[in-house]
Design a protein around this ligand. Structure first.
Ligand SMILES: [Zn+2]
Length: 478
């Protein structure tokens, strides 16, 4: 299988310094999408990426997305779309990544200049965007170049979609993907996104699911203005008392959601799915280390991972309008807004969840017999995503992992969301695979973000190997 891979791998090894230089150039462009004054740097990064792709012989287009909503003085950075190869006998794979980064300042606590790639003696390559997501994006370019240098035929047609607003809500991208699904992206047979992380540091994974999120507010009001408890305590019904009682009815100490009917919406656990959990490289100590405590809910790894990935959770986030400063202010807040969210999983439809939440909150408030007013509403909702890990897109990636890393990958889900995943699936109707390059300790979004040299170089091999296996894999739509 895929006999040309040895020559390709050898070329990647011999070009590794060149690939690290390419990453160094990319990290040096501070393409922070959240900072208005750095918008020209984001655009510069998009143009740099387009030029690199052109020099590799790809067809490249910079697509403008117009003005930024709510910041009309700013143009959104362009989406870089590209095509490498145009052979109708080959499969076509669409890949996505982003070239913008999170903000980073030395004062935040970085040990090295965030926009200078700094490689330490353990091969850790520090720099903003190294792992999220410039390393993986350049991985695709490096894979193309190593094929050319090695004289190995590129196994697929590659469609690329690299955006510059991911760290700021992917403004404008959903409509773009929907519009291009039947145009620029129309030949895509499957989609691959490299923009997440291994569960740990040693074992690679393929990710096939993400939870959704529905975020709610409960607003309770009564008095016309804030009151003094020395004067009005004991004479007026207090909104804060009602809110705390309603919020406390939502979930218990073990994270069990108390809203009637929620459990019935959750897809039952099948034997096939259960079997995926046993081998996953994860321990309770991993959990305790990342928690910074031993206050986990479940004693075992399987149920803990299921709690994060395949069951819903409800978190209480805060109360707007409540007294939260240090000290002992004797205020009675006149209006308070409690915030909570539910991480949703298959088969919880957004509308069905809303209905149960409103019913529960209204009943819980009614039971208090309060004269105050209670309103519950949805702030925003994003849907969960789950793909079949038996699809050829996944089995091909699994073979590539085994070839490069010598182990079968863990099949993982994530507790959070990557909204573009669902957009690609819905717009193209094709299977989407999340194929991470970096590891759990890379500190994406945090200070001292890094990508290990090993993950980068082996990751380039992995992306290339994936394309070879995906070209050979029987197209069973399992
Ligand atoms: Zn990212």
């Amino acid at each position: 299988m895929a006999p040309q891979l040895d020559a390709y791998f050898k070329e990647v090894d011999s070009m590794s310094d060149h690939f690290i230089e390419r990453l160094r150039k990319a990290v040096a462009i501070p393409s922070v999408s959240a900072e208005d004054e750095r918008r020209p740097e984001v655009v510069k990064m998009g143009k740099w990426l387009a030029a690199e792709l052109k020099s590799l012989g790809a067809h490249v287009e910079l697509r403008e997305l117009g003005k930024q909503p709510h910041k009309e003085h700013l143009d959104l950075p362009p989406v870089v779309v590209a095509r490498y190869g145009n052979d109708t006998k080959k499969r076509t794979i669409l890949v996505y990544g982003h070239y913008d980064v999170q903000p980073a300042l030395m004062e935040d606590g970085w040990a090295t200049e965030p926009f200078e790639l700094t490689v330490d003696n353990k091969g850790r390559m520090y720099g903003r965007g190294s792992t999220d997501d410039k390393g993986p994006v350049l991985g695709w370019l490096n894979a193309i170049e190593a094929h050319q240098k090695a004289g190995v035929e590129f196994p697929v047609n590659l469609l690329m979609c690299f955006e510059g607003m991911e760290e700021y809500g992917s403004e404008g991208l959903d409509d773009f993907i929907k519009a291009e699904a039947k145009k620029f992206f129309k030949d895509a047979d499957a989609v691959c996104i490299s923009d997440n992380y291994w569960l740990g540091t040693e074992k690679p994974c393929l990710t096939y699911g993400l939870r959704g999120c529905s975020y709610y507010s409960i607003e309770i009001s009564g008095p016309g203005q804030d009151l003094h408890s020395g004067v009005f305590g004991g004479t007026a019904q207090e909104p804060m008392t009602d809110l705390v009682r309603v919020m406390s009815s939502l979930v218990d100490t073990d994270g069990k959601i108390q809203i009637a009917g929620i459990d019935d919406l959750v897809a039952p656990l099948t034997d096939d799915e259960q079997a995926l959990y046993g081998d996953i490289a994860f321990t309770m100590d991993n959990l305790y280390e990342s928690l910074g405590s031993t206050t986990g809910i479940y004693p075992d790894k399987e149920r803990t991972l299921m709690g994060r990935w395949r069951y819903p959770s409800l978190s209480l986030h805060g109360i707007e309008g409540a007294f939260s400063a240090p000290g002992a202010k004797t205020v009675i807040p006149a209006k308070v807004i409690g915030k909570f969210s539910i991480r949703t999983v298959p088969n919880m439809e957004i509308d069905a969840v809303n209905e149960l939440v409103y019913k529960h909150v209204n009943a819980a408030f009614k039971a208090l017999g309060s004269k105050n007013t209670c309103k519950c509403f949805l702030q925003h909702a994003g849907k969960w995503w789950v793909a079949s890990p038996k699809h050829w897109n996944f089995t091909a990636a699994g073979k590539a992992v085994e070839r490069v890393w010598g182990v079968k990958p863990d099949l993982t889900r994530e507790g959070g969301s990557i909204p573009v995943t669902l957009t690609f699936e819905q717009a193209t109707g094709k299977n989407v695979l999340l194929l991470p390059m970096g590891s759990s300790t890379d500190a994406a979004h945090s200070i001292n973000e890094k990508l290990d040299r090993r993950n980068y170089i082996e990751g380039i091999k992995l992306l290339g190997a994936y394309l070879h296996y995906v070209a050979e894999e029987p197209m069973s739509e399992a």
